[in-house]
Design a protein around this ligand. Structure first.
Ligand SMILES: CC(C)(COP(=O)(O)OP(=O)(O)OC[C@H]1O[C@@H](n2cnc3c(N)ncnc32)[C@H](O)[C@@H]1OP(=O)(O)O)[C@@H](O)C(=O)NCCC(=O)NCCS
Length: 161
C-alpha cells in the first residue's frame, strides 16, 4: 500500500534511503508504538502510525529556522509523533485520514502532537494548517531528502490552543 500511495514520488531518495520497509519497522518497534488502521469492507485501506518521543529523541535534530527553542525540548509525556500516515488512493478524500488521526490522538495523554510534512506536499500542509498545526521549523530527515516542515499542535485536538 505504501508504494501505491507514493507511486508518483517513488523515484525520490525520500522513499528508498532508508527503505520504506526499514522505516515502517523502526516505527513499529519504537517504545509505545500505536497505530490506527482504516478498513473498508474488511479490507485494510489506510494507516496512521506513531510513537511518544523520549526525552533524548533525535526527532528535532538539525532543525533550522527554529521559531521557539522551547518547542524542541522533550520530556516524558510531552509529545506524540505521527511518523506515517497514508490512505490507499482509491479511498482518499473520504475522511478516513482525519478519522484515523482523531481516533489515534483521542487515546493519547501527551500534551501535543508533532509530524513532519515534505515542503512540496502543499495539500497536506494546508489541511494541517486548517487543523491549527503550527510550523516549528524545518529539517532534512535523512541525507538527500526533501526539506520537511516540522509541525506541532496542542492536544486534545478539540482544544483551541
Ligand atoms: C494525507 C492522507 C493520509 C489524507 O487521508 P484522506 O483520507 O485522503 O484525507 P481526508 O479525506 O480525511 O481529508 C482531510 C483533508 O485533507 C486535505 N486533503 C487530503 N488529500 C487531499 C488532496 N488530494 N487534495 C486536496 N486536499 C486534500 C483536505 O483538506 C481534506 O479535507 P476536505 O476533504 O474536507 O477538503 C492521504 O491523502 C494520503 O495518503 N496522502 C499521500 C501520503 C501523504 O501525503 N501522507 C502524509 C504525510 S504527513
Amino acid at each position: 500500500m505504501y508504494r501505491r500511495v507514493h507511486a508518483a514520488d517513488l523515484h525520490l531518495i525520500d522513499h528508498s534511503e532508508p527503505s520504506a520497509e526499514d522505516r515502517l519497522r523502526w516505527t513499529a518497534e519504537a517504545a509505545g508504538f500505536q497505530a490506527a488502521l482504516g478498513y473498508v469492507d474488511g479490507e485494510l485501506v489506510g494507516a496512521v502510525l506513531g510513537c511518544p518521543l523520549p526525552p533524548d529523541t533525535l526527532w528535532w535534530r538539525d532543525m533550522t529556522d527554529v521559531h521557539d527553542p522551547g518547542l524542541v525540548a522533550e520530556w516524558d509525556n510531552r509529545t506524540f509523533a505521527i511518523c506515517e500516515a497514508f490512505v490507499d488512493p482509491a479511498h482518499q478524500r473520504h475522511r478516513l485520514g482525519i478519522r484515523m488521526v482523531a481516533d489515534l490522538l483521542g487515546q493519547r495523554t501527551e500534551e501535543r502532537v508533532s509530524l513532519a510534512v515534505a515542503e512540496s506536499n502543499t495539500r497536506v500542509w494546508h489541511a494541517l494548517q486548517r487543523l491549527r498545526f503550527e510550523h516549528a521549523g524545518d529539517l532534512i530527515p535523512f541525507p538527500g531528502w526533501r526539506p520537511h516542515r516540522m509541525l506541532v499542535r496542542a492536544l486534545p485536538l478539540s482544544s483551541s490552543r
